[in-house]
Design a protein around this ligand. Structure first.
Ligand SMILES: [Zn+2]
Length: 444
């Protein structure tokens, strides 16, 4: 009896907990709200970080801000045996490019790369923005503290770098401060083009833009709700892919959407106290963010942000009007909440960076049969593969089956018409790639 019980507990333990990795909990615990507060405060105190602001002063303007951010990444690198390669990535934008570029300007991003040990050319990116603005998008001299928009995302990115620099990963992680967001997404475009030019295999980008406000303009207060925006399908798809989709499905299964689901699943697993809301659209209604230029060139990218925005505290001159205090100032930022969303990023960066690459080619078949067949290309470093499926109306991958180290499998009794399917590669450490939706058909 004793032996039986013991065996049962071992069995229960391994089946219940084998799916989680204790290092992920350590990462959550290591994210510091205090440090995030210190960094947001420092950023807000540069007065303005407008893209067109002063670059000479060491205390005010975007030049001072970016030199400080760079020095912080370098300090992290000094504490991890130079595990971060820190550099400026610059793009020259000519006066008149649009009506928010009122003079020639260098849009300067700060990039910190933590090289992967096994797949150095595969990159998962976390971004925040350096620049800020007030009511007039072109006012580059008056105070624009941008405490939430977007010192919060910038400080979160710096904190994630600090926490993850204690670990080594198989894939590369990029921590980046982007500029020129408010003037027309110029920094994101610059880095996306740079990544293309360098031949980076970009797994995706987590664009963090406003991760510190918990009180909505509608009065709702929540320090657990947050949003994950993702576009349904890539804008780079071909006419042929569009036609295929009409007959085989995939309207809500593009690469960015799979990345959103990946984040959603990990948060539900490791941070069940949080309420991630997948939002099925590129961004807020008619508004933009720095993941978009990455989507534009065919990379997966999502926006992670607070759920309840406060418009009196975004892009506003600091003032009081009719008893309402306007302005994106420090006192409206909730540092604990910013730390939680930083942890959301950090655990997903880690999980992806510890996982093998996703299979490139996934084919599906099973027309007029009581089964679904899948076939995929194997990837280096995978211990096995997991088939996921879900009802066609479900937003999340609700069913799964680990099928081991094979390159095809038939799910008997699962009618292909009634579900959507995908495949993930699983590493020997248990970490999984992002799910791949079938991109080919098995004809038989
Ligand atoms: Zn903004």
């Amino acid at each position: 009896m004793k032996t039986f019980l013991y065996a049962f507990f071992i069995y229960a333990y391994t089946t219940m907990y084998a799916q989680t990795d204790t290092k992920i909990y350590d990462i959550i615990d290591a994210v510091s709200a205090n440090r995030i507060e210190t960094n947001i405060t420092k950023l807000a105190n540069f007065g303005t970080r407008h893209t067109l602001s002063d670059t000479i002063s060491n205390t005010r303007g975007i030049g001072a801000a970016r030199r400080w951010i760079k020095s912080e990444f370098e300090a992290i690198a000094n504490n991890c045996n130079s595990c971060l390669d820190v550099f400026y990535q610059k793009n020259f934008v000519k006066k008149g490019t649009n009506n928010r570029i009122t003079k020639d300007v260098w849009v300067v991003n700060i990039v910190a790369v933590q090289k992967g040990t096994k797949y150095p050319n595969r990159y998962i990116i976390m971004s925040g923005d350096i620049d800020s603005r007030i009511s007039d998008a072109n006012n580059f001299t008056d105070d624009a503290p941008g405490a939430n928009d977007n010192a919060s995302g910038m400080a979160g990115t710096m904190e994630a770098a600090r926490v993850l620099s204690k670990y080594s990963f198989e894939n590369s992680i990029v921590y980046v401060g982007l500029s020129g967001e408010e003037q027309g997404l110029f920094g994101g475009k610059g880095l996306a083009d740079y990544a293309k030019e360098k031949g980076w295999d970009v797994i995706g980008i987590f664009n963090n833009d406003m991760i510190g406000n918990i009180k909505g303009v509608d009065g709702i207060i929540s320090n657990t709700d947050f949003r994950i925006f993702s576009e349904p399908t890539p804008p780079t798809e071909t006419e042929k892919q569009r036609t295929m989709r009409r007959f085989y499905g995939g309207e809500v299964d593009g690469i960015s959407r799979q990345l959103a689901r990946y984040v959603h699943t990990n948060v539900k697993t490791y941070m069940p106290e949080m309420n991630p809301m997948m939002i099925y659209r590129l961004d807020r209604f008619g508004r933009g963010g720095h993941h978009r230029p990455f989507n534009d060139v065919g990379f997966a990218g999502i926006r992670i942000m607070e759920a309840h925005e406060n418009y009196t505290q975004q892009h506003q001159d600091i003032r009081t009007e009719n008893g309402i205090e306007y302005g994106d100032v420090l006192k409206h930022v909730n540092f604990n909440y910013a730390a939680k969303l930083t942890a959301v990023n950090a655990i997903n960066l880690a999980a992806i960076a510890w996982a093998p690459p996703a299979p490139k080619k996934v084919a599906i078949g099973g027309i007029v049969e009581a089964s679904a067949k899948l076939k995929w290309t194997k990837v280096e470093g995978a211990e096995g593969y997991k088939i996921y499926w879900r009802d066609t109306t479900s937003p999340t991958w609700d069913h799964s089956r680990y099928v081991g180290d094979v390159d095809s499998f038939t799910l008997d009794g699962v009618v292909i018409d009634n579900f959507f399917f995908g495949i993930a590669a699983v590493g020997e450490n248990g970490h999984e790639s992002v799910v791949v939706f079938p991109n080919d058909i098995i004809k038989d």
